[in-house]
Design a protein around this ligand. Sequence first.
Ligand SMILES: [Zn+2]
Length: 93
Amino acid sequence: MSDRDDDDRGAPSGGGRERRYYSRPRTCQFCSDHEIKIYYRNTQLLSSFVNREGKIRPRRQTGTCAKHQRAIAVAVKRARHMALLQFAGEALN
Ligand SMILES: [Zn+2]
């Protein structure tokens, strides 16, 4: 358990879950908003789908549906290859 992860992640929402993770949107944001394009150059968007280690965040954290999660994964990998996104971020320990 490290305390310093909490600073930029927003307050944990109330409820039963004790995880320090963000409140998860219930619906896939890409399904609900067709304006958002999943594209490897959109690093601002993609960076919200990787954690500080540089790993792609799991669907249960982001609320993304399977179809769009796959698209995210592909886009993140492309962005990494183009050096737009990190392969490995900060170590957490
Ligand atoms: Zn979706």
